[in-house]
Design a protein around this ligand. Sequence first.
Ligand code: ZN
Length: 122
Amino acid sequence: MMKKTDWIIPGAAVAAALVWFVAHNVTAKEGKKVIVSVGGIEAGTFDLDKDDEFEIEGDNGIIDKLVIKDGKANMVEAGCPDKVCVNMPEISEVGDTIVCLPGKIVVEITDGKESEYDSVAN
Ligand SMILES: [Zn+2]
């Protein structure tokens, strides 16, 4: 059964999504970014000011776990044999990196504008 009011809900949802999208993009461009790449190919970009944790699948079946918390990114677990990346200090400044050589995983902090520029250049 279709009532006239049924049309209000999708419309409101679309409007809310648009507002979220615009607000999200504006803040994302101003904040620092965590760029994760595997084998030199960008695998994902995340906001440094947004707490998150995720697994990165690297080369050789190596899976590393990265945590973003309080404006810092830190490798907390790794499937690599040497665990060098886990022992690296947490990163928070533009240009800081965590590298997992066996997994060919690089985690880098950039400002949003710089990464936008890179993606255009590539
Ligand atoms: Zn590692």
